[in-house]
Design a protein around this ligand. Structure first.
Ligand code: AMP
Length: 527
């Protein structure tokens, strides 16, 4: 029998893996029996690598070597302002790789976000193999809808390092909608409001005649549950300063304990009106040990975080404007991602859409379930769902003079897609044309993500404007970009040299995958 394909939701804080049993998508429990796994990796002093719950459990005593929220770093540059902001708050250190990508410095051990993610994916693969009783290789993996090409590519590379064969990369909100839509059968439009641990996405979709079509999508890669936790952490630190005169800002161990307590309190406040944050022995001063104990009310949490919730809605409005739909035309509203359990978010979403969100959607599991559904679509296993048409969440284009940005493929274009542009020379006897490929929707090239430089080489010496080089920009169904060129005069495929701005090379990925395989077989031999 063919090994099942697994669907993986690699989340900022939690990850989940699912598979299709007949026509039913089911979550696969992890080795401890839980339906989701903390996206945490820990390296112990004894040289052990821990993943998931085991890693989370030792986070407070080993903060510099316990890596969480790595999804916020993957596919980004060290100088990226998001990374610089994260740097101030993360208990582990960050550094710049030779190509400017961010790398993690786990107490002296340098490791890329791709490798950390690969450890999490490898663990989920092992959970699936233990549960399904056989080897698993093929996977559909999800990413936030607004993830750029380098973030998607880096996620895919992480999966390859983990020994997975990625059949498709799909967007998280689309996956959630697939999981929901498959069960309901009915045609209609849906809005997926997805706030997880690190990111926010809003996607509008339509299901009609067996086709899921994404109409428009927007997102913020730095708006999620961790930001809510941080507000509580700041509140605790401020109270400690004011009420007890202790400043724990620079104390990594204490901050880690506060962060854990903050997240716990936040989650509890989704179900109760008040909770207590209790942190005995949080600091030791000349005058003795200090303890923190204070009540936090839901109303206070809402005041502390209202501006974060407010940040989501202009994006929702923009998505409606782009799709030309009105909120009243939406048939179902799906809330996805653990942070949407917060009552303030549920209330605001209900007000905005003028209807209650759909019940029966599990915010933590629906994305992985949808990824499993997508594997079934790829294998033509369903009678009533035959196709998923997603869109590109950001425009793709090239840099022109004075830091200008010329779009070649607009955002919200259905993928896969392909556009061709013709380039020429601006100087006599020009032998090379350099194309800088950029992704994003900022007005200037430098506002957007650089995907790479692309040199068209070996042009025949000719007067300016004589050469005609057709450059084709393709975005595949995974949202990955490919650029090719053709010399119109000779009809020859152009010689090109691509210098990607970021990421690991194919050789590096293959080398790391080989290392991971060797390590895992050594481990198996030991057991
Ligand atoms: P996800 O990435 O979808 O697993 O979402 C994880 C985020 O959801 C984390 O920031 C969690 O703290 C948050 N979360 C989980 N449960 C709750 C809850 N009951 N109330 C508020 N936030 C929650």
């Amino acid at each position: 029998m063919k090994a099942p394909v697994i669907g993986i939701d690699l989340g900022t804080t939690f990850s989940c893996v699912a598979y299709l049993s007949g026509e039913q998508a089911r979550v696969i429990p992890n080795l401890e029996g839980a339906m989701t796994t903390p996206s945490v990796v820990g390296f112990t002093a004894a040289g052990e690598t821990l993943v998931g719950t085991m890693a989370l459990r030792q986070a407070a005593t080993n903060p510099e070597r316990t890596l969480h929220a790595v999804k916020r770093l993957i596919g980004r540059k060290f100088e990226d302002k998001v990374v610089q902001a994260a740097r101030k708050r993360l208990p582990y250190k960050l550094a710049a790789a030779a190509n400017g990508d961010v790398v993690i410095d786990a107490a002296g051990r340098l490791i890329t976000p791709q490798e950390v993610s690969a450890l999490i994916l490898g663990y989920l693969k092992a959970c699936a193999e233990a549960y399904l009783g056989g080897e698993v290789a093929d996977a559909v993996i999800t990413v936030p809808a607004h993830f750029s090409e380098p973030q998607r590519q880096a996620t895919k590379d992480a999966a390859v390092i983990a020994g997975l064969n990625v059949l498709r990369v799909i967007n998280e909100p689309t996956a959630a909608s697939l999981a929901f839509g498959l069960n309901r059968g009915a045609n209609g439009t849906s809005a997926v409001f997805d706030m997880g641990g690190g990111t926010f996405d809003i996607t509008l979709l339509e299901k009609s005649g067996g086709v899921f079509q994404v109409l428009a999508t927007n997102g913020d890669s730095y708006l999620g549950g961790e930001d809510f936790d941080q507000r509580i952490v700041d509140w605790v630190l401020e109270a400690l300063r004011k009420e007890q005169g202790v400043d724990l800002d620079g104390d990594t161990y204490a901050r880690q304990r506060i962060r854990e307590a903050a997240e716990k309190a936040k989650c509890e406040l989704s179900f109760t009106a008040e909770t207590e944050i209790n942190l005995p022995f949080i600091a030791s001063t000349a005058s003795g040990s200090k303890h923190f104990r204070k009540e936090l009310r839901r109303a206070v949490l809402e005041d502390l975080t209202r501006d974060l919730v407010d940040r989501a809605f202009p994006l929702v409005e923009r998505t409606f404007a782009e799709s030309k739909l009105r909120p009243s035309e939406i048939d179902s509203v799906l809330l996805v991602g653990g942070q949407t359990r917060m009552p303030l978010i549920r209330r605001r979403a209900a007000e905005f859409f003028g209807r209650k969100p759909s019940e029966g959607v599990n915010p933590e599991e629906s994305v992985a379930l949808g990824a499993a559904v997508q594997s079934g679509i790829l294998e033509s296993r369903f009678k009533d769902v035959v196709l998923l048409l997603d869109v590109t969440s950001q425009s793709l284009g090239i840099e022109i003079e004075n830091d200008g940005f010329e779009k070649v493929i607009d955002k919200n274009t259905t993928i896969p897609t392909k556009r061709t542009k013709t380039f020429t020379t601006v100087e006599n006897n020009q032998r090379l044309v350099r194309v800088h490929v950029v992704q994003g929707d900022g007005p200037r090239a430098s506002d957007n993500v650089s995907l790479g430089m692309f040199d068209l080489l070996g042009l025949i010496a000719a007067p300016a404007g004589n050469a005609q080089i057709e450059v084709t920009f393709e975005i595949d169904a995974n949202g990955l970009v490919k650029v090719t060129a053709r010399d119109v005069l000779t009809g020859l495929e152009q010689q090109t040299a691509v210098h990607p701005s970021s990421g690991l090379s194919k050789q590096q990925v293959d080398g790391l995958a080989k290392q991971a395989r060797a390590k895992s077989s050594r481990k198996k031999a030991h057991e």
